[in-house]
Design a protein around this ligand. Structure first.
Ligand code: FAD
Length: 369
């Protein structure tokens, strides 16, 4: 393919700000910058033609951490860091609801349940509930009967502040807000290299090379950041999701976490979504989309045995996809200025919906300092 003179001069024109990555972080950063500097020309680029690596492929849990996850994080990252992050996620969910309205993003305040495989596992975490509530400064968690139809240990830990939303609706709300602010969005364009000193980008679409320049660059590429900035500690982790066919009365309502959050499931109307199990499959440490059949079979089997054991219908995978999230030595996102021109905002892990907007706002503020 060859670009026309007109096409090249338009796409290569200098912008005030270029943002790489049109996920929750990149779009939120763009919106915040445009509010701060209405005259700024802002363009967001994403290599994916449809959607994002994670922001349009997640499970839609508006969650901030189960007791077992919080305890595991305290052990690795310390009490204060972990509690600050959990509180940040919690207030992030409130900000999303306030900004985009629960009805618009189909937010349902359904609560979250951490369920356990057996009494021994429950006994490990049940005594810690009071302590975690104390650290969080409110009665977030309490002991609950495991809701039917789930077949697991009879008691679970309930979080009354969690909910679920429609991931597609939330993303659509962000895109609409960006459009209304005259933020340009270019899809299908991959950035290959960033020059930290000059703020120029080498990009590619099909076999065409394109050079772009801006006064400020924000890199919001989350799990794929290591391709562009290998010096940063960001690892890509693939996550599998499956959704059943429509079922007549599955009886499941809410967000469910199991095995320290590695397995999660929820209702989507008449269907059930289940995802995760990456801890069981080493090959999920990849940035390449794709279905892992072993993982799909595991999740379907888990649905049959633990989640919907009494359902008469044959459970089937109606839809299946993977998304890529971030890992690394630290759970905290990286928001850092790498040069006068370039700011990075990346490494959002499994609860990135809750903090995505906040991280984008932080990056926008840092970029213009
Ligand atoms: C399967 C799955 C389930 C999840 N479930 C939940 C959940 O229920 N609740 C929750 O809170 N969180 C969940 N998450 C995590 C959450 O979705 C992410 O943390 C969050 O969306 C990250 O947003 P982001 O904008 O940083 O990244 P992304 O949405 O990944 O956006 C980054 C974008 O950068 C683009 N990009 C990367 N490199 C380049 C390049 N070189 N050139 C151009 N573009 C580039 C990518 O295409 C991508 O679209 C889940 C994630 C996955 C994968």
């Amino acid at each position: 393919m060859r670009l026309s003179y007109w096409e090249r001069s338009e796409i290569e024109r200098r912008r005030d700000v270029l943002i790489i990555g049109a996920g929750l972080v990149g779009m939120s950063a763009a919106i915040e910058l445009k509010k701060m500097i209405p005259s700024a020309s802002i363009t967001v680029i994403d290599k994916q033609v449809i959607g994002c690596a994670a922001s349009t492929r997640n499970a839609g849990f508006a969650c901030f951490g189960s007791v077992s996850e919080i305890l595991a994080d305290i052990e690795v990252y310390g009490e204060q860091t972990t509690i600050d992050l959990v509180n940040r996620r919690r207030s992030g969910i409130e900000s999303i609801r306030d900004r985009y309205s629960p009805a618009n993003i189909r937010y349902e305040h359904s609560g979250g349940y951490e369920i356990f495989n057996n009494e021994e596992e429950f006994a490990l975490y049940q005594p810690q509930v009071e302590q975690i509530n104390k650290l969080l400064g409110s009665d977030v968690f309490d002991i609950h009967k495991t809701p039917s139809p789930i077949h697991s240990y009879s008691s679970c830990i309930y979080n009354k502040y969690e909910g679920q939303l429609n991931t597609g609706r939330l993303y659509d709300a962000l895109i609409k807000e960006g459009r209304a602010l005259d933020i340009e969005l270019i899809k299908g364009l991959e950035v290959l290299e960033i020059d930290l000193a000059t703020g120029s980008l080498s990009c590619k679409v099909e076999d065409v090379n394109i050079d772009m320049k801006a006064d400020k660059i924000i890199v919001a590429t989350n799990s794929l950041t290591s391709h562009l900035l290998p010096q940063l500690d960001v690892k890509a982790v693939r996550n599998q999701v499956i959704v059943t066919q429509e079922l007549s009365g599955h009886g499941l309502k809410g967000c469910f976490h199991q095995d320290k959050g590695y397995i999660y499931f929820r209702d989507i109307g008449n269907r059930v979504l289940i995802g995760g199990a990456r801890h069981l499959h080493k090959e999920e440490e990849t940035s390449i989309f794709g279905d892992n059949q072993k993982n799909q079979a595991y999740l379907l089997n888990h649905l049959r045995k633990c989640v919907l054991p009494y359902i008469k219908e044959e459970l089937m995978i109606d839809q299946s996809w993977s998304g890529i999230l971030s890992g690394g030595a630290n759970r905290l996102p990286i928001v850092e200025k790498l040069s006068d021109k370039v700011t990075v905002a990346a490494r959002l892990s499994g609860m990135g919906v809750a903090i995505g907007m906040d991280v984008g706002i932080e990056a926008a503020t840092l970029a213009v300092l």
